[in-house]
Structure formats: structure tokens, C-alpha cells
Design a protein around this ligand. Structure first.
Ligand SMILES: Cc1ncc(COP(=O)(O)O)c(C=O)c1O
Length: 410
């Protein structure tokens, strides 16, 4: 006998605080699209929405793997040749105390898995504010209270050490660094990494260093050479650390869902935690299999595409920065890596209203600062500066006009 379902199926209460502002704005954009307008998406960090192409030899490697029948489950930690290539990459990053490496379905899975394997109910981890919203979403999912430390806009968005000290408790297990940073585009200085390492040593913390954008560095030194990225684990070889890396951004395949973790630090200290991670790796069977055959060709093959990607990004960063500096009510710490700018706006209403009205009136989609977390009383928005110069110029003219018409230029 069929029975009738009469009650709503409620989602779990712990999801109430899960926000993913970047995608939530899609509802507003849908309204505008239904009215027949085209919306310019400056909200999602997907280079393949714009004039960036995946290097062909990487596609060929995954295609070949599929043709060769690599379509079953892979070993849970990842295929051996990918693991070896990631160890090579760790060495190139200057990480000398690698204890383990594993492959995941995107850095998103690394984040979920590494937090889940570490934190007990009642404990917490320090996450940056503003942050990449996945971190707070995973913590909500696990029922872990958020413990966010400030990034200091007045100090080129460096972590605010005094705030970290204030927020640390005996139940704090880890600290998250996002370097290069999303949403601010900032880089951690070596001195800052050393200070965080010192803090981690004193408080027995694991460091999660999210370095997914480590090959997208946009600054030059005084001799005109691109400045190298500094890996946290290279600065602090003894500190228990998991470095997060992946293919989505550096190798232009965000849809493939390939990421990894590099475990480093004191071998005895990190061993039980690493075993916990492997328990979860086995429980979820494996990461995407055929795409793993592209990891070695990506990391060890030609890197020419990166020169072109960084050239385009530098030019678009410069254009963005110039616009921020010349537009009333807007100011911005210049981004130094990745493809995000995080301007401050001086407006008399919330940045969420600003962003939603901007979509409705100018059909340009950016993300409000409150979606990433920010200091009370400040307002920001995040721009993805991946589009070409002509598209960005048009978008920025629209935003400037919107600001002038809605708030005035004073
Ligand atoms: C800082 C940061 N970490 C992790 C991710 C997720 O990356 P993946 O595509 O590898 O899951 C992103 C994606 O935008 C990100 O910006």
C-alpha cells in the first residue's frame, strides 16, 4: 500500500550556519537572467570560464588512462606514480621532512578529511577571517564552533598575531593558513611564517597550509624576477603540517577534482594523526582514478602555460588595482598572488545589499565581504579578475557608475 508523505523533510540543524555566499548569489543572478540579461560572473574562481586553456598534454594523459582501462577504483591514498610526483613537487617546494602524501578529490576533500580526522567535539581550529568559506562550512558540518582570527588589512592582510594569541585555547588543535590567499590575494611573509611556526610549536598545533595557488605569484623582486612562493613547511620542517595542493588552479582543470595533502614535520608526532587520515581515505575508497595519471605529466612536464597565465593575471591585476585607486569610495591592498582582489568600500549600507543590487542593475556579479567574514564595521567585495582587459574595463565602468548613482562620489 503506498503511503502519503505529509511532513516536510527538514535538513539537519547543524547546517543552519553553512553559507556559501559565492553560489548563494546565483539565485539573484537567475532572476536577472530570466529577464533576458547576460550576467558577467566575477564571482567564481574558474579560469576556464575565461580565456585560459588546459595544457593539452595533461588532457591527453587522462584520456590515455581512460582508454587504457584505468577506470576502476584506485588505491585509496592514490596511484604510486602520482604519489611519487607529489613527493618530487614537495622537494621542489623545499619541504625536506615529508612523512606522507595522499591524493584527494580536489583540495575540497583534503580540507574536509584533514579537519575530520583531527578535531574532536569541543575542540576547535583557528581559521582566517576573511576565509575561503569551505573551511567554516566543514566546521559547521562537524558541529565545531568557529574560532576565526583576523587578517590585518592595514598590514597587507597578514595574519594578526595578537588576535591569534587571544583566540588560542587549550582545545585549539590547528591553524589554517591560506597562502596565496583567497579572497585577499595576499602572500604571507617569511617572517610571518616563522612567527606562526613558533606559535604552533608552543601550542602543539597542526598547521594546515592551503597553497593551492602557489604557482600563481604576480609580484616581481627589485631585479624583475618573479618572487618565489614560500611554503610554510619549508620554513618549519619540524612543525606538524599538511600542505594542501592541487590541479584545479595551477593546471587549469578545476572540474577534474584532483588535490593532495603533503604531511611533514616531526615523524613520531605526526604518525597517529596520519594513520587517522588513512582510515578516512580508505573509507571513501579513492579519488578520481584516470585523472590521477595526469598528475605526473602536469608536475614534471612543460610549465609554459604558467608563464602565459601569470602574464595575463599580472596585467589584469594591474588594471584592477588602478581602477580601485581611481574610484571614489573604493580602496584595495594590491593582490600579490592568485586571481582575487578584495577592495574595501565606503558605503552606508551592507555589502550584501550592494552586491545584490549591482547584479540587478549592472548585471555584474561579485561576492560580498560578509560572505567571507570581515572585521565589524568594514565592508568589502571580492572580484575575480580572470576576464580579459576589455571585459574587466566594462565591468569596472558599470560598478563605478553604480557606486556614483547610488551613494554619490563623496
Ligand atoms: C583557498 C582554496 N582552497 C581550496 C579550494 C578548493 O579547490 P579544489 O578545486 O581543489 O577543491 C579553493 C577553490 O577555489 C580555494 O580557493
Amino acid at each position: 500500500m503506498p503511503t502519503t508523505q505529509t511532513h516536510e523533510i527538514a535538513a539537519a540543524k547543524r547546517l543552519e550556519n553553512v553559507r556559501y555566499a559565492i553560489r548563494d548569489l546565483a539565485c539573484v543572478a537567475d532572476e536577472v537572467i530570466k529577464q533576458g540579461h547576460k550576467v558577467l560572473p566575477l564571482n567564481v574562481g574558474d579560469p576556464l570560464n575565461f580565456d585560459f586553456q588546459t595544457p593539452p598534454h595533461i588532457i591527453e594523459a587522462a584520456y590515455k588512462a581512460m582508454r587504457d582501462g584505468k577506470n576502476g577504483y584506485a588505491p585509496s591514498p592514490g596511484i604510486p606514480e602520482a604519489l611519487e610526483a607529489i613527493r618530487g613537487e614537495a622537494a621542489r617546494k623545499g619541504i625536506t621532512t615529508v612523512r606522507d602524501v595522499f591524493v584527494t578529490s580536489g583540495v575540497s576533500e583534503t580540507v574536509d578529511l584533514c579537519i575530520s580526522a583531527l578535531v574532536n567535539p569541543g575542540e576547535d581550529i583557528l581559521t582566517p577571517k576573511p576565509d575561503y568559506p569551505l573551511y567554516s562550512a566543514v566546521l559547521c558540518k562537524l558541529g565545531i564552533a568557529l574560532n576565526a582570527y583576523d587578517l590585518n588589512e592595514d598590514d597587507v592582510w597578514q595574519p594578526e598575531l595578537a588576535d591569534i594569541e587571544r583566540k588560542l585555547t587549550s582545545r585549539t588543535r590547528a591553524i589554517v593558513l591560506i597562502n596565496p590567499n583567497n579572497p585577499t590575494g595576499s602572500l604571507c611573509s617569511r617572517q610571518m611564517l616563522e612567527q606562526i611556526a613558533d606559535l604552533a610549536r608552543r601550542h602543539n598545533l597542526v598547521v594546515f597550509s592551503d597553497e593551492i595557488y602557489d604557482k600563481l605569484i604576480l609580484d616581481y623582486d627589485s631585479q624583475g624576477n618573479a618572487i618565489p612562493h614560500i611554503a610554510f613547511a619549508a620554513v618549519a620542517p619540524d612543525v606538524p603540517c599538511i600542505t594542501f595542493g592541487g590541479m584545479s588552479k595551477n593546471y587549469l582543470v578545476p572540474g577534474w577534482r584532483i588535490g593532495w595533502g603533503i604531511v611533514s614535520g616531526d615523524a613520531a608526532a605526526i604518525k597517529p594523526y596520519t594513520e587517522g587520515i588513512h582510515r578516512l581515505l580508505r573509507a571513501r575508497l579513492c579519488a578520481n582514478h584516470p585523472e590521477q595519471y595526469a598528475i605526473k605529466p602536469a608536475l614534471e612536464g612543460p610549465q609554459d602555460h604558467l608563464i602565459e597565465v601569470c602574464r595575463k593575471l599580472r596585467s589584469r591585476r594591474d588594471l584592477t588595482q588602478k581602477w580601485c585607486e581611481s574610484t571614489p569610495r573604493v580602496s584595495c591592498v594590491a593582490p600579490r598572488g592568485a586571481f582575487y582582489a578584495y577592495p574595501k568600500i565606503d558605503i552606508p549600507e551592507s555589502d550584501e545589499v550592494f552586491v545584490k543590487e549591482l547584479i540587478r542593475q549592472k548585471h555584474v556579479m561579485v561576492v560580498h565581504g560578509s560572505g567571507f567574514g570581515q572585521k565589524p564595521g568594514t565592508q568589502h567585495f571580492r572580484i575575480v579578475f580572470l576576464p580579459d582587459e576589455k571585459t574587466l574595463t566594462k565591468a569596472y565602468a558599470g560598478i563605478a557608475e553604480f557606486i556614483r548613482d547610488r551613494y554619490g562620489n563623496e
